[in-house]
Design a protein around this ligand. Structure first.
Ligand code: F3S
Length: 388
């Protein structure tokens, strides 16, 4: 991989250990995946924030980087944390809280913005054709496919290294020829709601693995539904993006057909139970303003059952813009949570054994990561179940 003189100096440690190790991570990745050089990025989004998913091991590494004075060179944001301070924090042991807060402090020291959301594009939408280094698979797939930006699916360490250097190696979907569709997906009937879009994503992700699908003839979709499609796709497969509107820029291509029963079977297989849920969770990935509004409309005039919780997860930014909807949700007995979600917090420590969700991504991960039973349902079913 070609390095400029300045990049070589960083690589040799002239700017200190933290930048040297970051440069080494990027060069190693670039060499591995056939990059020819580093390219500047407009922003980085960093996962690996929740203490529940991160554990203790990486804290020393973050501490050493922060103590060595490393600072993000481009606008950089953080994925959700394991709790919010307003609502959940008090339920967890002091030791967990202390470790989580120290992880957050270390990122803050490195000038990474503690926005704690997996939908950073609602706060600041990246420009079309801009190069990014975003971790959080649902966000990177959305950025490539819907927003027209260019980012590989970074892991936490590579996104942080890119933030500290302000550059990323130019492999993968940073190259136009790697953004063309490999697999044409034809379907019998279009998905009808967010749950079905997510389930379509999970089904196709399993089939295409790391290839790029093009969904031909998708009609009547919203960006919220495309977000669910990408989140599902990124859960069961390794695709970095998908296409859905012409011109598709196909490579040519194999074809797969999806029938209505494939979606039904996926929804069925993502549901490990049909027992009554303790928690109904909406907002994976974190809700947009229109999704918060839809929940509020569905809840109007209803009350959440005494024996169930309804969580609507979003960013503080979106919550700040949704005051009148939040009021409706809270008056109905629901909670609007920021900074976290049901997957990256310890829901089993909150006495939750059965969860209902409208998100195929959550249904895909929660049985393993949270050791709960899950049922996947549409938003309307979720609200009706919450209100009994
Ligand atoms: Fe976001 Fe949590 Fe889902 S981090 S993508 S809401 S699993």
């Amino acid at each position: 991989m070609y390095l400029t003189k300045e990049e070589e100096r960083i690589y040799d440690g002239e700017h200190g250990w933290a930048y040297q190790v970051s440069m080494k991570i990027l060069v190693r990745l670039g060499d591995l995946f056939g990059a020819t050089k580093l390219i500047p990025i407009k922003s980085a989004h960093i996962s690996g924030v929740s203490y529940k998913t991160l554990g203790d091991a990486p804290i020393d590494f973050l501490d050493t980087l922060a103590s060595a004075g490393a600072k993000a060179q481009v606008p950089s944001t953080l994925n959700p944390s394991s709790f919010d301070t307003d609502h959940l924090a008090k339920n967890f042991p002091q030791e967990y809280r202390a470790q989580q807060l120290s992880i957050i402090d270390l990122y803050k020291k490195m000038d990474v913005r503690p926005v704690f959301t997996c939908t950073p594009y609602y706060i600041r939408k990246p420009q079309v054709d801009s190069h990014l280094a975003w971790a959080e698979s649902s966000a990177s797939v959305y950025a490539n496919s819907v927003l027209g930006s260019w980012t590989n699916r970074e892991g936490g360490p590579s996104a942080l290294a890119a933030a500290l250097i302000g550059k990323t190696p130019n492999y993968g979907v940073h190259q136009p020829e790697n953004r063309r569709a490999d697999v044409l997906v034809k379907f019998e009937v279009s998905p009808r709601n967010q749950m079905e879009f997510g389930a379509l994503g999970v089904h196709v992700g399993k089939l295409v693995k790391d290839k790029i699908p093009v969904f031909e003839g998708l009609s009547n979709y919203t960006n919220d539904e495309l977000k669910q499609l990408g989140a599902g796709l990124a859960s069961s497969g390794m695709s970095t993006m998908f296409h859905y509107k012409e011109p598709y820029a196909e490579k040519k291509v194999e074809t797969v057909s999806v029938e209505a029963k494939d979606i039904e079977n996926t929804i069925e297989s993502l549901s490990t139970t049909r027992e009554a849920p303790d928690l109904i969770f909406v907002g994976c990935p974190h809700c947009s303003l229109s999704e918060v509004r839809n929940v509020a409309h569905a809840l109007k005039g209803k009350k959440v059952r005494e024996d169930a919780k309804l969580w609507v997860c979003t960013s503080r930014y979106v919550k700040g813009k949704a005051e009148k909807y939040i009021k409706i949700i809270e008056e109905a007995g629901g909670h609007v949570l920021c900074d976290t979600c049901a997957v990256v917090t310890w829901i089993n420590k909150l006495g939750i054994d059965v969860m209902m969700t409208s998100s195929a991504k959550t249904a895909y991960y929660a049985p393993t990561l949270n050791k709960v039973n899950v049922s996947l349902a549409s938003l309307v079913q979720c609200v009706n179940t919450a209100c009994g």
